[in-house]
Design a protein around this ligand. Structure first.
Ligand code: PLP
Length: 455
């Protein structure tokens, strides 16, 4: 192995890391992760930590799933690449399409389009939405609605519907015709409303107002995450999604569920939309589709979309969009094995069970730690929000949050710090013993940094 100083120096000098300032790399060098085993990671000093992020919300099976590794190795030996552009296809792609459409039968999904990841899936769904309306003779339906604090990846389309300024500002101008609606977050919202049902109605009234202002016949689709992930694990009120679907139906606006995080069990149901009892028109999938073992994503479309394409026989119905790695045989083989494992281990149910347990453990920590302002989650997507003052909800400062991240690592747990939140999204194969390890690390980490408020 290369010597450590060389690796650190080259990393600081020659790499641009996502979401990091290049100048910070020397002072705060990222930890070099060299090995994964089960739900644990080892850095190059041999330090073992529990991965309470599951990579980036994606390593649902943990790091040691042999069936997925074997499927990848076998596919590499048989056929390491094949194009899915018109003219050729491959066995694994076909099999996976069949499995996915079956899995999404409850949502009336009919077909899938494969991509290389979540951002690609969002881009694809936005394009298909516009194409759908062109095919249906409504050429003016081009605009998109989305949520403030939503995250939809990094392509220009996704960045345009993203609801967080840090992903937008330095890359503007973005796509015109994208409008951002209030986030249904009961702890912090522009209405100062904590009652979930009233909050739903206020948020929906704002959407209704924007639709009236823009003209429903100019809007192609509404895109949102069933539970917002990167924006801080925001769980909408129970009534939000069903009422949103009904509102969009009244205006014939397409609903795109960005299930890149919530797909395949993370929020305690097989799919986020299913957890809310809602059927979207399109679903963006990625991450857990391969448990992160291979870059891969998909978009599923329902009968409404499928029918429009079927009915149109001219060039406008050609899907003039695709990736070199659409339907990559190794990705498809990985996904097939991964989904079979997700079914066999019944991971959505485990996510619901361990998520409930961890949430109650975290909530009880609020009694001893003034600095925790809010604990929330659904399934194994959880957030702990830190404040300097519980009454005013003034967010905890950067220095405090830096100390929190370090304290957690020292306590044996890797977490993600986003703003003044700890985000947790451990692998779905979590056992009760693993959950206890996370809760114990959280307690030990908190004991180091916080006795009083997070000043
Ligand atoms: N959509 C959502 C909801 C996401 O959370 C992410 C990534 O975290 C993306 C899209 C983008 O996916 P990727 O990073 O695989 O391009």
């Amino acid at each position: 192995a290369r010597n450590k100083n060389y690796l650190r120096e080259m990393n600081a000098k020659k790499v641009y890391h996502p979401m990091a300032h290049p100048n910070d790399l020397e002072e705060h060098p990222p930890r070099i992760i060299s090995r994964g085993e089960g739900v644990h990671l080892f850095d190059d000093d041999g330090r073992r930590v529990i991965d309470a992020c599951a990579g980036l919300w994606n390593v649902n099976l943990g790091y040691s799933n042999q069936p997925v590794k074997d499927a990848i190795a076998q596919q590499l030996a048989d056929l390491p690449y094949s194009s899915a552009f018109k003219g050729t296809t491959n066995e694994k792609l076909i099999e996976l399409s069949d499995v996915l459409v079956d899995m999404l039968d409850q949502e009336d999904m009919r077909r899938v389009f494969f991509t290389s990841g979540g951002s690609d899936s969002v881009e694809t769904a936005l394009r298909l939405a516009r194409q759908y309306w062109k095919l249906s003779g409504h050429v003016d339906r081009t605009k998109f609605l989305s949520l403030k604090r939503g995250y939809h990846g990094t392509h220009f389309g996704g960045a345009s519907v993203n609801g967080n300024n840090v992903f937008r500002r330095v890359y503007e101008p973005l796509l015109p015709g994208c409008f951002h609606m209030p986030v249904p977050f009961d702890y912090r919202n522009m209405f100062n409303e904590s009652d979930p049902s009233r909050l739903t109605d206020l948020c929906l009234a704002a959407i209704e107002d924007e639709i009236a202002f823009q003209g429903a016949d100019t809007i192609a689709a509404f895109i949102a995450e069933p539970v917002l992930g990167a924006g801080g694990v925001i769980v909408p009120p129970e009534t939000y999604w069903p009422k949103l679907r009904a509102l969009l139906d009244r205006h014939e606006i397409l609903l795109i569920a960005d299930e890149v995080i919530t797909g395949f069990g993370r929020a305690g149901a097989w799919f986020g939309a299913r957890g809310w009892g809602v059927k979207p028109d399109m679903m963006c999938l990625a991450k857990a589709i391969t448990s992160g073992y291979f870059p891969m994503g998909a978009v599923a479309v329902n009968e409404r979309i499928e029918t429009a394409f079927k009915a149109n026989k001219d060039a406008m119905g050609v899907i003039s969009h695709g990736y070199t790695y659409s339907g990559h045989p190794v990705g498809c083989a990985a996904a097939l094995a991964c989904l079979a494992e997700t079914v066999r281990l019944d991971l959505p149910a485990n996510a619901a069970r361990e998520g409930d347990y961890l949430l109650s453990r975290f909530r009880s920590m609020m009694d001893t730690h003034e600095a925790i302002g809010n604990v929330r989650g659904r399934g194994l997507m959880m957030a702990m929000e830190f404040v300097a003052d519980r009454k005013t909800k003034q967010p905890a400062g950067k220095t405090f949050m830096g100390a929190v991240g370090d304290a957690m690592f020292d306590a044996g747990m890797l977490v993600r710090i986003v703003g003044h939140n700890i985000l947790l999204s451990p692998p779905l194969v979590l056992t009760r013993k693993d959950s206890d390890e996370i809760a114990a690390a959280m307690e030990a980490g908190l004991a180091k940094v916080s006795r009083g408020p997070a000043t």
